[in-house]
Design a binder for this molecule. Structure first.
Ligand code: NAD
Ligand code: UDP
Length: 338
């Protein structure tokens, strides 16, 4: 019995591989290295002390996938592979629909053909769009998304739900992540963004280490306690452990189930900057800039469904997230490029 991890070389995938191995699962990993480097999996092997098969394979390559499914008995797939840059998705929508949506269709076609009908999908809180008040619950309306990236997540949720209706043997766990940050506590694996980061935490840590001069805080006039945007930051190791629980759930249930993975707590941009400074004793210079288009003021989860169905709850706090991010950043100033 093995779990296939698509995109397993990436940020969330690499942390999840460690938690799966620690939990005793066998894994098979595929990635096309579009946004990752082989060094990440080398370190996963080093940290876990375990070996596992890896294939450099694109999820759009049906023949390549067939070879992987033929060589291993795959019981479930955790599907991380996808493109995730919101701004780039506005510039290159077809690339995003091809990679994320068409890629998932090819993956599911091969899964069905090979008799594996259990998938855990990396969805996002972005599917809740702009119209819902926080805390966000799984039964709220979805789809009022503000960019092509978000639309790919909404469309894939729909495709997997349709698949479950068409064939009662399918199981699809649609994990709606809130804002994953942090790194493995060893400091050996973490987020290694290409170029200038788009997301807040990698930006903060690159300012703290002196790679970037200062953080621009996008708006201080939101209707939030200090005027800056509020998000539900979740430690990537907690998120990874949520996937281990979701595998157990997918093996025991059928049907499509959207489930939030968040802490249920909202922190503002200034809260996170101050927590980072306090946890690590470093400075993070910032300036207030105009709002970023497409941003909502507040976004945090109701995590009750994950507790009820998966028996999972986030355990790490914001200090852990800041400390572990800094350990990774300061020990690997060039990411995986040494
Ligand atoms: P990541 O870019 O670090 O990992 C994705 C991996 O998928 C990369 O290693 C990349 O090389 C690989 N990949 C991309 N397209 C592929 C293809 N066609 N075939 C094979 N491999 C391919 O991103 P991440 O932060 O680890 O995110 C993992 C998943 O979670 C993505 O689907 C992302 O959209 C989703 N997600 C991420 C966040 C976040 O803030 N990081 C939030 C919500 C959802
Ligand atoms: N943010 C910011 N400066 C940055 C990046 C992000 O002020 O350089 C803010 C952003 O406006 C939002 C929060 O930080 O309020 C989280 O942004 P991120 O891009 O990390 O996540 P998302 O917007 O997808 O929730």
């Amino acid at each position: 019995m093995a779990i296939l991890v698509t995109g397993g070389c990436g940020y969330i995938g690499s942390h999840t591989c460690i938690e799966l191995l620690d939990a005793g699962y066998e894994i098979v990993v595929i990635d096309n290295y579009y946004n990752s480097k082989p060094e990440a999996l080398r370190r996963v092997k080093e940290l876990s002390g375990k070996e596992f098969p890896f294939y450099e394979c694109d999820i759009r390559d049906a023949e390549g996938l067939r070879r992987v499914f033929s060589a291993h008995k795959i019981d479930a797939v955790i599907h991380f592979a996808g493109l995730k840059a919101v701004g780039e998705s506005v510039q290159k929508p077809l690339t995003y629909y091809d990679n994320n949506v068409a890629g998932t269709v090819v993956l599911c076609q091969v899964m069905a053909e090979m008799g594996c009908k259990r998938i855990i999908f990396s969805s996002s809180a972005t599917v809740y769009g702009t119209g819902n008040p926080s805390p966000l619950k799984e039964d709220m309306p979805t789809g009022a998304v503000t960019n092509p990236y978000g639309r790919t997540k909404f469309m894939i949720e729909g495709i997997l739900s349709d698949l479950c209706v068409s064939d009662p043997e399918w199981s699809a766990v649609l994990l709606r992540y809130f804002n994953p940050i942090g790194a493995h506590e060893s400091g050996r694996i973490g987020e290694d963004p290409n170029g200038i980061p788009n997301n807040l935490m990698p930006y903060i840590s690159q300012v703290a280490i002196g790679k970037l001069p200062k953080l621009s805080i996008f708006g201080d006039d939101y209707d939030t306690p200090d005027g800056t945007g509020v998000r539900d930051y979740i430690h990537v190791v907690d998120l990874a452990r949520g996937h281990v629980k979701a595998v157990g759930y997918a093996l025991a249930h059928t049907g499509a189930e959207p489930i939030n993975l968040g802490t249920g707590i909202g922190y503002s941009v200034l809260d996170l900057v101050n927590a980072f400074k306090a946890a690590n004793g470093v400075d993070v210079p910032y300036t207030i800039a105009p709002r970023r288009s497409g941003d909502v003021a507040t976004c945090y989860s109701d995590p009750a469904k994950a507790a009820a169905l998966l028996g999972w709850k986030a355990e790490k706090n914001v200090e852990d997230m800041c400390r572990d991010t800094w350990r990774w950043q300061s020990q690997n100033p060039k990411g995986y490029d040494e």
